[in-house]
Each structure stands twice: as C-alpha cells, then as structure tokens.
Design a protein around this ligand. Structure first.
Ligand SMILES: Cc1cc2nc3c(=O)[nH]c(=O)nc-3n(C[C@H](O)[C@H](O)[C@H](O)COP(=O)(O)OP(=O)(O)OC[C@H]3O[C@@H](n4cnc5c(N)ncnc54)[C@H](O)[C@@H]3O)c2cc1C
Ligand SMILES: NC(=O)c1ccc[n+]([C@@H]2O[C@H](COP(=O)([O-])OP(=O)(O)OC[C@H]3O[C@@H](n4cnc5c(N)ncnc54)[C@H](O)[C@@H]3O)[C@@H](O)[C@H]2O)c1
Length: 505
C-alpha cells in the first residue's frame, strides 16, 4: 500500500468531479481524481449526451416535415442504424481516452479504482487487481460519486432482467415493444426516442406524466404522445413482473390489467452512490444523500460541517438538483471556495456570493428533450406556493407568436411565467413546443438577476423570433399598462389569436 498526498482528493470523475478538480488546479492547488469506471461519468456515456443524440434525428425529421418545401425533399423514414451509430460516436464508443487526455492537459492526476473515505482526509483506493493505495488530502476531500438507477421493490423485477437508463441509452437493437415504469424525465424522453424508432411504447406512470412540471406543459406532451401512439397509463401501479421463456415480459398492474412487452425499462428515479464509500469513517450513515451547506461542505443533522469542514459533496450525490449543468455550477463554487479556504482568501458565501450555490434554490433551468420539448426554469405554481410566495401565473398560446408559426406549419405550444407579486419579478417560466429549448437561458437570466417586470418590458425580443412570447406574456400580465399588481391571487390567463391575423404583431 503506497500513500500519496494532494491538496484535494476528488472521489468520482463525472462532469462534476472533473470541474471541482479543474477549479482547484486553476487556483494553484494539486488535485487527484479517483474514478471506478469511466472518466466523464454517467452524463457522458449513459445520460445527457447519448440520449440527446438518440432524440436529435427524429426532431430534425419532424422539423423538415413541418414545412411543405422541405417535406417534399424528405422521402424516407428515420435510418435507425445511422442514429445508433451517431449515438455511439457521442458516447465515444464507451472509451474515456479523450477525457483522460483532458485531465492530463489540465494538470489533474487520475487514480483508477473504488474510493472509500478513511477519515482525517485519507481516501483508500481499491484497484481492479485488489491492490490499494491511500491518498491523503491536505485541504479537502470531495465526494462526487453521482447516482445509480433506483430499482423499486416490485415482485419479480430483478429476475425479469429489466433495462435501466443505461441499457435504454446504449441499446444496439430496437425492441418492437417497450414498456416503461416511471413517467418522469427519463421515461418521457425515452418514450419520445423509441416511439420515433417505431417501437410500440407503453408508459406506466404511477404518479402521472412528468408530475413536477406545470399542468399545461404536461397536458401538451400527453396530447403529442397520444398522437404519436405512445400509450400512457396514468395512475397504474405495477405489482408483478415476469419474463417468459420466449423473452416476453409481462407486467401485472394493480387493477388486473397486464402489459406485454419485449423489454421493460425502469425509470423510477436515482439512488446516491454512497453505500460503499466509507461514510461510517466520518460519522455518517451509508446509503443516503449527502446534505451540504451553501458552500457544498457535508453537514451533520444539526447543520454542522463534518470532518472539520474539509469534506465536500458536489453534484447529484447531494440531491440539490440532479442535472449536469447545476452540478458543474456547484463544482465551480466548491473548487473556488476550497482554494479560498486553503489560501486564506476571503470566502464569499452570502446569498449569490461567488462561493455559494444560491441558484440551486430558485433559478434551476431544465430542458426535457421530448417531442415537443419542455423548458422549465425556477418555480412552478406548486413549488412557489409551497415556498410561501404570492404568485400570479400568466400563460400565452405559442401558436399565436409570429416567430413560432413561421418556424413550422401547424406549430402548437404554450408558455407561462410566474410573477412574484410582492417582489415584482419573475420566479418561474415554463414553455412547451418544438424547438423551445433555447428559450431556457433568457428565463434563467431574468430569474437569477431578479429583473423587475418594469425593466423586463424594455428587453425587446427580436422580430420574428419565438422569443416574442416574452412581449406577449408581459402584455398579458399587464406590464404595459402598469396594472400588474391588481390581481392578487394566482390566476391563469391565456391569449389565443389566429396566427395569420397577427403575423406582424
Ligand atoms: C438517462 C439520463 C439522461 C440525462 N440527461 C440529462 C440532460 O440532458 N441534462 C442534464 O443536465 N442532466 C441529465 N441527466 C442527469 C445527469 O446525468 C447527472 O446530473 C450528472 O451525470 C451528474 O454528474 P455527477 O458528476 O454528479 O455524477 P455522475 O455523472 O454519476 O458521475 C459520478 C462518477 O463517480 C464514479 N464513482 C462512483 N462511486 C465511486 C467510488 N466509490 N470511487 C470512485 N469513483 C466512483 C462513477 O463511476 C462516475 O463516473 C440525465 C440522467 C439520466 C439518467
Ligand atoms: N433532460 C434532462 O434534464 C434529464 C433527462 C433525463 C434525466 N434527468 C435527470 O435524471 C433524474 C432521474 O430521472 P428519472 O426519470 O429516473 O426520475 P424522476 O424523478 O424524474 O421520475 C421518476 C418517476 O418514477 C415514478 N416512480 C417512482 N417510484 C415508482 C414505483 N415504485 N413505481 C412506479 N413509478 C414510480 C415517480 O412517479 C416519478 O415520476 C431526474 O432527476 C432528472 O433531473 C434529466
């Protein structure tokens, strides 16, 4: 057993671990990453990149088919083999040479193996050959071990050899029939992807489709799924799963119905990779999410940083927001604050300070790459109400926005914003419609910067772009007539005008 000392030891080389190490090195510290599998993590090989590659061709095909001239040039169907080949390229064929080369260029060391905390800044790494090394951290140990698909306790599930997101994302063969358990983000995106490949998809959504997004966006997606032949079984509870000798999977539902499929994908959330990382050595129970303070230090039940404030948990593993961009944002804050604490520089941990991950609480953007896409930034009506905010909801029909109906014939979509009636700012934004993904950042800026509605009125969207929906939402809210505070309760307004009558509005 050899021992090596670094300023910072990071356990987990996903996108988040890589970014913490990079910030620490850029700040003049030495850093090592411990990685048990592939450098780049879930996001690079089994999540963000390959899923979006699976969805992109169908979106491009739909876009072409929505314009008569372009549609005339589209003569065939989706070439599934070509889509899978492009997906393979985006997953870099499940090799991490490129990411390892980047680590080297960034001055970050890599030790391959499974990391476990020993306490006092020491981390034991067990390699594939069973040999072990102890790394010691002079300033910080960072846990960035991410998550694994959660498997619910359904009788027969394990024996039926279900797919998790990993198998769905890396599949080499497209099943004729695919059943999915879980109507969350993974289930919805994979339903879009596989239905475009011609698979007969049944989505078993116990708690409904995308229960955490605004109802209007959810309803819109449900209508699109129905049109695409995706069967959504809302409220259905799987109670037993069997796989026949011929490979057919049978999923018995609580009501007595049985769903038959060739494969079953379980997409019922995530479990933190903390069951075997030595949490006992630092006085914490194994297996749970790791609670952190605003500078990402792991805290105990009383909110006190453990290990003298030198143990950090960043990314999915702390459960603040299970998204790559949010984890990387935390990584920038954590890497920088580790440098500040190590060098005695001032720590800026006030809300919105450089070392505090404040945006995690009310300004998180997410794009769900279904057909149609859903953009959700900040609060929904439900989460704002739960947070005690007095909000007003305003909605607008995207089909009545010139840029949208120019974008595609028969464009349908809807957008809504939430106004904090006391602060006079926007605290939530949701849009659903083809190619709405790029609307996310305007909303994120308005929410994170707390731009007053009166000033937002002067942010003029270019004509004719889909972004003109901001103008329509502000008009609908009454921002132009300065009467926006007259409606005290949460209301929902919508405007729907015939598109061609408003083409130059
Ligand atoms: C199907 C799917 C699609 C997604 N799409 C998107 C998307 O489009 N956009 C988005 O923002 N987010 C998306 N996400 C979420 C995104 O993948 C995660 O938020 C992101 O990967 C979290 O990064 P991380 O570095 O915290 O963890 P991970 O990416 O999970 O990386 C953790 C790393 O730690 C390693 N590790 C674990 N335990 C140990 C140990 N004890 N020792 C050493 N190494 C260890 C693992 O091998 C892994 O490499 C998606 C998730 C899924 C499942
Ligand atoms: N585009 C993106 O940003 C993107 C894409 C995919 C995944 N992700 C991230 O990955 C994470 C995981 O996604 P996910 O879809 O697995 O989780 P999720 O939390 O979004 O959805 C899981 C769903 O499973 C259902 N469920 C839970 N237990 C169940 C049970 N026992 N039986 C039946 N249904 C059950 C829940 O009702 C829930 O709707 C998400 O938090 C998301 O942030 C992001």
């Amino acid at each position: 057993m050899s021992a090596t000392a670094y300023d910072v030891v990071v356990i987990g080389g996903g996108p988040v671990g890589e970014n913490v190490a990079d910030r620490a090195v850029q700040g003049g510290l030495s850093a090592v990453i411990v990685e048990a599998e592939l450098v780049g993590g879930e996001c690079s090989y089994w999540a963000c990149m390959p899923t979006k590659a699976l969805l992109r061709d169908a979106a491009a095909l739909r876009a072409a088919r929505s314009l008569p001239g372009a549609a005339a040039a589209v003569t065939g169907d989706l070439d599934t083999a070509a889509v899978l080949a492009r997906r393979d390229r985006f997953a870099t064929h499940w090799h991490d040479d490129g990411q390892v080369a980047w680590l080297q260029s960034a001055g970050i060391d890599l030790v391959r193996g499974h990391g476990r905390l020993l306490g006092g800044g020491a981390v034991e790494v067990t390699g594939a050959d069973g040999g072990s090394t102890v790394l010691t951290a002079r300033h910080a140990v960072v846990v960035a071990t991410g998550t694994t698909a959660a498997l619910p306790p359904i009788a027969g599930l394990a024996e039926a050899k279900p797919w998790t997101s990993r198998e769905a994302v890396s599949a080499e063969r497209i099943p004729a029939r695919l059943a999915m358990i879980g109507g969350g983000v993974v289930g919805a995106e994979m339903a879009s992807a596989y239905s475009a490949f011609g698979t007969e998809v049944t989505l078993i959504a116990r708690d409904g489709l995308l229960p955490r997004v605004e109802a209007f966006a959810r309803d819109h997606l449900a209508a699109a799924f129905a049109a695409d032949g995706v069967r959504v079984l809302s409220g259905a509870e799987p109670v037993r799963i069997d796989r026949d000798a011929d490979g057919t999977v049978r999923i018995a539902l609580a009501g007595g119905e049985t769903v038959e499929a060739d494969e079953v994908l379980v997409a019922t959330g995530r479990t933190p990779n903390t069951g075997d990382i030595g949490l006992e050595a630092v006085g914490l129970a194994p297996g749970g999410w790791l609670p952190v303070d605003e500078t990402l230090r792991v805290v105990d039940g009383e909110g006190i940083p453990v290990e003298g404030g030198r143990l950090y948990a960043v990314g999915d593993v702390n459960h603040r927001a299970l998204l790559t961009h949010q984890g990387k944002y935390q990584a920038r804050a954590a890497g920088d604050v580790i440098v500040a604490r190590a060098t005695g520089a001032e720590v800026d941990d006030a809300p919105w300070g450089r070392h505090a991950a404040t945006a995690d609480h009310g300004a998180v953007p997410q794009v769900i790459f279904t057909h149609p896409e859903i953009v959700a930034v900040g609060h929904t009506v439900a989460s704002a109400t739960e947070a005690g905010l007095r909000v007003r909801a305003v909605e607008y029909d995207l089909a009545a926005v010139a840029g949208a109906f120019l974008h595609a014939d028969g464009y349908t979509g809807r957008a809504g914003m939430l106004i904090d009636e006391d602060a006079g700012t926007i605290v939530g934004f949701t849009a659903v419609g083809p190619d709405t993904a790029e609307l996310a950042h305007a909303a994120t800026i308005a929410i994170a910067a707390e731009v007053p509605i009166e000033r937002l009125w002067h942010a003029v969207p270019a004509y004719p772009t889909v972004s003109e929906l901001w103008l329509r939402l502000l008009e609908t809210a009454g921002a132009d007539t300065r009467n926006r505070r007259t409606t005290a309760s949460t209301t929902s307004t919508s405007a729907s005008t015939t598109p061609l009558a408003t083409s130059t509005r």
